[in-house]
Design a binder for this molecule. Structure first.
Ligand code: EPZ
Length: 420
């Protein structure tokens, strides 16, 4: 096991490069199952979740080659199995994303039910209803989703009851090889959906209006190979900006995608941050000032993302004034609150709303990470706390943040990883 040791009080400054987006690379890696031709992916982040997805598709027969530019050549010409086993799915819910591609290309898939996780029950009913609408027979038994289709999936007009990011992605991937036209209504509009559609269209798919609430897909008989570069990670970028804002610093992010972060950047400006953006860079400057508290209500894109809620909670803990944070996506995404209260934060939670009264200084104590974004928020809290903060169970962090301690140390943070 390893943990992070952080000594607070340093204002972050300098430049870091934003990595490729985890939540785009995961569906795109699953989508490589759709073609027998070789695909090369660039800007894939080096994260535990990415390794898990490669282990999962590798176990089905996919072969990988890492080139000299750290690009990944994927060869799914010899798929020998259609089963996503529980021991992999339980470590990463996004494994369910192999369901659509396997069904579309091979007519069968057996995927362990992911089960819940720290932030909520995380059902997959919307995924299953969607593939049934495309003609799949779905049986749930022994904790597995067993799906098959006799001939070929058939295009359908599908309305997803509740906006679901991976639900939309699974149905897009199932539909690209279906016979006929598919319409996905009430689709998620996240930038990662557009990235997946752009990738699939490079392979010969015919997807229109991804990024809007109605996506239209003309099924094709097969996909060919291609090259693609994963979009920048908007949540990783927002996390570093929050660290800079909390520590009253000034940083510049390179290889970023500011046009996918409007709601996040607007909120940073409300804290008093001075934001300058270029096509692929973002600069945040607090000019040494304490952030002002802000009110947040999470909702599907283009609203403020749930994946940035914990990071802004850390900021509200030390901000000037009182900020209210309402979580509308997941039923249990305030686990970081209890750890922050142990650091002295003044937070009151009622139902899905947390009211946070900013205090001057948090106190560094040993804390425990519970989920990916909560653990990032505890690192941010440690950067502004007085004394030393020890963040335990940081395997959560390594799922979604590439070399977090190296990048933060580059920005002047006093942070190190140590085994124990
Ligand atoms: C994706 O999860 C992201 N993961 C999550 O990021 C992100 O928090 C979430 O979207 C919301 O933006 C990936 O893209 C790999 P949903 P996903 O389906 O697709 C309910 C991170 O930190 N729902 O959009 O699983 C669900 O319970 C992770 O990087 C159903 O009821 O989320 C939730 O309340 C955490 N039935 C809401 O919909 C379903 O079949 C939105 O979930 C599916 C979802």
């Amino acid at each position: 096991m390893t943990r992070l040791i952080i000594t607070g009080g340093e204002a972050l400054s300098g430049e870091v490069r934003v990595s490729g987006a985890k939540n785009s690379a995961l569906p795109i890696l699953a989508a490589t199952l759709l073609t027998e031709d070789k695909v090369t992916l660039n800007n894939v982040p080096h994260l535990n979740d990415i390794t898990t997805m490669m282990e999962l598709t590798g176990g089905l027969g996919t072969r990988f080659l890492i080139d000299e530019h750290m690009g990944i050549e994927v060869d799914a010409s010899k798929i020998i199995g259609f089963k996503a086993p529980y021991d992999l799915v339980k470590t990463m819910r996004a494994s369910v994303l192999v369901l659509g591609p396997l069904l579309a290309r091979f007519g069968e898939a057996e995927v362990s039910l992911p089960g819940g996780c720290a932030i909520g029950s995380r059902p997959v009913d919307l995924h299953l209803r969607g593939i049934e609408a495309l003609g799949a027979q779905v049986i749930l038994e022994d904790g597995y989703i067993r799906a098959r289709v006799n001939d070929r999936l058939k295009g359908a007009d599908i309305r997803i009851e509740k906006v679901s990011v991976t639900g939309t992605e699974n149905l897009m991937m199932a539909a690209v090889l279906a016979k006929g036209t598919t319409i996905i209504r009430n689709a998620a509009k996240e930038p990662e959906i557009i990235d997946l559609a752009n990738f699939l269209n490079i392979l010969g798919a015919e997807i229109k209006d991804a990024g809007t609430e109605t996506i239209i897909i003309e099924g094709v008989d097969r996909l060919h190979g291609g090259n693609y570069s994963i979009m920048p990670d908007r949540i990783e970028a927002g996390t570093y900006l929050a660290a800079a804002a909390c520590t009253r610093g000034k940083i510049k992010l390179k290889k970023a995608a500011p046009d996918t972060m409007t709601a996040i950047l607007d909120k940073f400006e409300k804290t008093g941050a001075h934001i300058n953006v270029d096509k692929d860079s973002i600069e945040l400057d607090m000019r040494g000032k304490r952030p002002k508290a802000v009110d947040i209500c999470t909702a599907p894109y283009p609203a403020f993302p749930t994946d940035m809620q914990a990071q802004f909670m850390a900021m509200n803990c030390i901000a000037e004034g009182t900020g209210t944070i309402t979580e509308t996506i997941f039923e249990n995404r305030f686990m970081h609150v209890f750890e922050m209260q142990r650091m002295g934060a003044n937070i009151e939670v009622k139902d899905n709303t947390a009211v946070c009264q900013g205090i001057d200084l948090l106190t560094g104590v040993p804390v425990m990470a519970t989920d990916l974004r909560a653990s990032a928020s505890l690192v941010i809290a440690g950067l502004v706390a007085e004394g030393q903060t020890i963040v335990d169970r940081i395997y959560h962090i390594d799922r979604g943040y590439e070399c977090i301690e190296e990048k933060l140390a580059l920005l002047g943070a006093k942070i190190r990883r140590e085994p124990y």
